[in-house]
Design a binder for this molecule. Structure first.
Ligand code: ZN
Ligand code: ZN
Length: 64
C-alpha cells in the first residue's frame, strides 16, 4: 500500500486509484515554467493527481 508521510508532523495517508484500487505510484511532471511537481499516478493509466500536502510541503511517498 502506498503511504504518503509528512516529514514534519508524521501524518500519513494511503493513496489509491478510485477506479481500480491500485496504490498510486510516485511520479513527477515538469511544468511550463520549469518547476518540477510531484504527483501521484495510477499505474494502470487512470490519471494522476498532485501529491498530498501537509505542513506546506509535499508529502513523501514511502512505497519502496
Ligand atoms: Zn504535516
Ligand atoms: Zn486506476
Amino acid at each position: 500500500m502506498a503511504t504518503y508521510e509528512c516529514l514534519v508532523c508524521g501524518m500519513s495517508v494511503n493513496a489509491a486509484c478510485g477506479k481500480c484500487g491500485a496504490p498510486l505510484v510516485n511520479a513527477s511532471i515538469t511544468k511550463d515554467d520549469g518547476t518540477i511537481v510531484q504527483v501521484s499516478e495510477c499505474p494502470n493509466g487512470h490519471g494522476k493527481i498532485k501529491s498530498p500536502q501537509c505542513c506546506g510541503q509535499d508529502m513523501i511517498c514511502s512505497l519502496k
